[in-house]
Design a protein. Structure first.
Length: 262
């Protein structure tokens, strides 16, 4: 079937665009697989030349044979939105814009760790700031704790020889918990019994309105830092300052940053 006169003009115009693109080096190409006559041809690359989309395949056979080129100019650009920018048309599948990149999750929460919504929002903001500076993700090792989890955490601190009284603001509550630990330890109680004793003290404190840790009030989170370099630690603290409303304390046993958010 013969094409209409306007169709012939459009094809002639696109052919002219193609010639200009090739002569100006405006096409991008790469080696394709050997063509299969029985299979439909596919376009491997899309290039933009003077506003037109030009698809280019080529194959370099073994031996001295000449390079074989396959060039096609699409009949229509109806598939592309009229207001789409060229950069959007050329974006590879799976690629995201800068705005999408900022919205991606840049932190990992260990199994069993719970975060309150307000705390998680702060963590997300700090993680994005850290990722911009280092390209790395944060690891959240602890979040909201019930008395049992707080007792386990403090038991670990005691066993590792941490300065528990120096870590907590409420010295009276900290001494009370430390006394319970030392009493159970002197009685040669197993670890489970020691943790249970600490939990009882912590629950009694909560009943009196005393919270030894902000973790108990959904206001704290711990971030792993044992694999951070000094430069990455500075980048993390810079991110905390950038976000604001967060107090960061570095604790060494085990190594982590304690973020106080409330």
């Amino acid at each position: 079937m013969l094409r209409s006169h306007p169709a012939l003009l459009r094809r002639a115009g696109r052919a002219a665009v193609l010639v200009l693109a090739l002569s100006a080096g405006g096409c991008v190409s790469r080696i394709a697989r050997e063509p299969d006559a029985a299979a439909p041809r596919r376009s491997l690359l899309t290039a933009s030349a003077l506003g037109e989309q030009v698809e280019l395949d080529f194959w370099v056979p073994d031996g001295p044979a000449a390079r074989v080129l396959s060039l096609r100019v699409p009949e229509s650009t109806d598939d592309a939105p009229a207001d789409a920018e060229p950069s959007a048309l050329l974006r590879p599948r799976g690629a995201t814009s800068a705005e999408d990149d900022d919205e991606e999750r840049r932190y990992v929460v260990l199994p069993g760790v719970d975060l309150a919504p307000a705390v998680e929002q702060k963590v997300a903001e700090i993680a994005c700031a850290y990722h911009r500076r280092t390209g790395k993700e944060l690891v959240v090792t602890s979040g909201t704790r019930d008395p049992a989890r707080q007792a386990e955490a403090m038991h670990d601190l005691f066993r590792h020889g941490a300065d528990v009284l120096g870590l907590y603001k409420d010295k009276t509550a900290a001494r009370e918990i430390k006394s319970a630990y030392e009493e159970e330890l002197s009685a040669d109680q197993p670890p489970e019994a020691v943790t249970a004793a600490l939990e009882r003290v912590i629950r009694a404190q909560i009943d009196r309105g005393v919270f030894i840790s902000a973790h108990l009030r959904e206001g704290a989170v711990d971030i792993r830092n044992r694999d951070m370099t000094p430069a990455e630690k500075r980048a993390f603290l810079d991110g905390v300052d950038e976000v604001g409303g967060v107090l960061a304390l570095e604790e060494s046993r085990p190594p982590h940053y304690h973020l106080q958010i409330d």
